[in-house]
Design a protein around this ligand. Structure first.
Ligand code: WT7
Length: 634
């Protein structure tokens, strides 16, 4: 690959201009570098006002041909995936492209044998072990649509997702290792499947060796099936716009949204952005610390790197196990050249002694990346000085599950970095800032709603089963434009700074949490009448959750400590431990507008201690509650 590679700032501006003036020519030149069964008739067809976009119309391809097969001649013995287990005593695995081809083929054949066909949805609930990567690729090989669910999600969250996409088969493991914990994945699956009568089969990977129940006629161990499967497989011919995967993300209201990504545009966008943002070179060892259960892992552990024939590290563990040196040990051990992680991890490790860092040789590092939430200045400087030795550019990459790949980010060694700024849009990406009156903001340093005014190949095409919701959520606030839900400003040189969500989504430790589903979970507790969740600034997590809770008046007095625990237990069961509340305040009332809507804006300010400047409270039905809540917080 090489079309429109960027090596300097001048080149960036040149390429960027070209990508805006002639987007079709630009993307088709890049697409030429891939393997197609048949090339496209038209590069792009779109009606953004209707949320309709097609890229590489009528092109035929298979993404695994591009991520695996085409590398075999030149890089068959090169390591594709380095698997670094949770326990440093367990040996790392180096999976070459040849081996990856064989393992993906076997898995593809197993899925075919189990009756999985093109277009079927396959739910994948696996920990960060090689089988996770292999299963997703195997689905892509046979044209099945993978729907990975992060293995930290609860049984309720899992069953909602299985039902929503009507998956008929699920791949899971007997358990997972995470730090000093083992997670009973199969137990969670069994619980989830009580509510999923249409799911027919479960294939189980052996990881922890836990003694688990296998349901007759439904559950099968995967390994014996793999052992007898052929290690070669035919790649299904896919249309450019055939679905590749569904990945759920939370919205401010309602059920999680199954974002649907399609084949060609997603592949080309993740491959191009990976290569350029990280300046990946043939001998590099790239490590993204995310979980493949999130979009960061899909795009920048799996598809983007493999499309470039890269060596990509898959890490099963956590930054703090067995000690705070774990990340740096892995960098040293595998001579990692690009490290891509989240501000929450940087903050957590930055709180510990720098001896953990200096203990290891980090001189292999060339580029550092950040993703998931705004990186604060202090974390940026710590990352820059202690990890990068002030020699590695930090690429602060802004993007979303919905965008498929990185949208705004420095290009390593080309774009001068500036702490807290994601800097410039990547080629093909046309951001605009809009004010509340739907006018474009031209001025510098004014926060606006971050929108994108032209399609890019990696964008999600719809919400699975609900195109109307897709259109309403993303294309109706600013007609004809994609609305991200984030606020941003621009400086005098055109650099973008992301200021955070403008809706009721809270980013906790880099995880996107909608407040509505958490409130729903809390409200199911028999003692709770009503609740409102807001985010407040947290040292390590970026944001943490505070719940304001109104209890039912039953006359009986309840132990509030127990209640707090029970409520958090409810949240864990319905969503997952990541959504637990850091603080909880019992209140008699919540600030509401005359139409009965909770004014979260005010609660957010109170929660972050910003009580001098609550803004306009004149539309409140019950202004007295404010002082009660502030008083109660003390
Ligand atoms: C939301 C998307 C991008 C993959 C991981 C999260 C926030 C993401 C940044 C950044 C400031 C960021 C935004 C966005 N976000 N990256 N570099 N600077 N904010 O994907 O779960 O879909 O969350 O994460 O608020 O809307 P996601």
């Amino acid at each position: 690959m090489g079309a429109y590679e960027i090596k300097s700032l001048e080149q960036y501006f040149k390429v960027y201009k070209k990508s805006i003036r002639e987007p079709r020519k630009f993307w088709s030149k890049i697409a030429e570098d891939f393997v197609w069964y048949k090339k496209w008739d038209q590069v792009l067809e779109h009606h953004l006002e209707n949320a309709e976009v097609k890229w590489f119309v009528n092109g035929k391809l298979n993404i695994t041909k591009n991520c695996i097969d085409r590398h075999l001649a030149k890089r068959g013995d090169k390591t594709a995936i380095i698997f670094e287990p949770n326990d440093p005593q367990e040996e790392a695995q180096h999976i070459t492209y040849n081996q990856l081809y064989a393992r993906v083929s076997k898995m593809a054949n197993v899925l075919r044998d189990q009756g999985v066909k093109k277009g079927d949805r396959v739910c994948v609930y696996l920990p960060m072990i090689p089988e996770l990567a292999i299963t997703l690729l195997a689905c892509a090989r046979i044209g099945a649509v993978h729907s990975a669910v992060f293995a930290g999600f609860s049984s309720t969250a899992l069953s909602t997702r299985i039902r929503d996409c009507e998956a008929k088969i699920l791949i899971t493991a007997d358990g997972g290792f995470r730090g000093n914990k083992t997670i009973d994945l199969k137990g969670i699956v069994d619980e989830a499947l009580e509510d999923c009568p249409d799911l027919e089969k479960v294939l189980v990977v052996k990881r922890t060796g836990a003694d688990i129940d296998m349901k007759k006629g439904r559950d099968m161990w995967l390994q014996p099936l793999l052992d007898t499967a052929l290690n070669e497989s035919v790649a299904e011919v896919m249309d450019a716009e055939d679905p590749l995967f569904i990945l759920y993300t939370s919205g401010s209201t309602g059920r999680p949204k199954g974002m649907l990504h399609t084949t060609a545009g997603y592949m080309i966008f993740t491959a191009y952005t990976f290569k350029n943002v990280f300046q990946y070179e043939e001998k590099d060892v790239y490590w993204c610390t995310a979980d493949i259960g999130w979009v960061t892992g899909h795009s920048y552990i799996l598809y983007g790197p493999l499309a470039n024939g890269a060596t990509t590290v898959m890490f099963e563990g956590v930054p703090s196990y067995p000690d705070y040196g774990r990340f740096w040990e892995v960098v040293d051990k595998h001579k990692v050249t690009q490290l891509y992680t989240a501000p929450t991890a940087i903050r957590a490790l930055g709180k510990e002694s720098t001896d953990w860092v200096t203990k290891y040789d980090l001189s292999s590092l060339k580029v550092l990346g950040s993703v998931g939430e705004p990186i604060n200045e202090e974390a940026w400087h710590w990352y820059n000085s202690h990890v990068g030795d002030k020699k590695c550019p930090i690429v602060d990459t802004w993007w979303q599950t919905e965008t498929g790949g990185i949208m705004i980010s420095p290009i390593a060694f080309a774009t001068p970095t500036k702490p807290t700024y994601a800097t410039l849009p990547l080629p093909g990406v046309q951001p605009v800032l809009m004010d509340e009156k739907r006018n474009e903001i031209e001025k510098n340093q004014v926060v606006g709603n971050l929108c994108i005014r032209f399609p890019w190949p990696g964008m999600a095409r719809t919400i699975w089963g609900d195109h109307r919701r897709y259109k309403e959520t993303y294309f109706s606030a600013f007609p004809g434009k994609y609305f991200s839900g984030d606020g941003a400003l621009r400086d005098e040189v055109g650099y973008y700074r992301i200021t955070g969500r403008v809706d009721d989504v809270v980013i906790v430790s880099g995880h996107n949490l909608g407040t509505a589903p958490i409130e729903d979970a809390i409200n199911e507790h028999p003692a709770v009448a009503e609740s409102a969740i807001v985010g407040f600034p947290h040292e390590v997590k970026g944001n943490a959750l505070l719940g304001y809770i109104i209890l039912k008046e039953t006359g009986e007095t309840r132990n509030r400590e127990n209640l707090t625990q029970e409520i958090n237990q409810h949240i864990s069961e319905h969503i997952g431990p990541i959504a637990k509340l850091d603080k909880l305040q019992f209140v008699n009332d919540l600030p509401k507008t005359r139409s009965g809507k909770i004014m979260r804006r005010i609660l957010r300010k109170i929660a972050s201690g910003d009580t001098d400047n609550l803004g306009d409270t004149s539309t409140l039905l019950n202004p007295d509650v404010i002082s009660d809540i502030i008083e109660g917080a003390k």
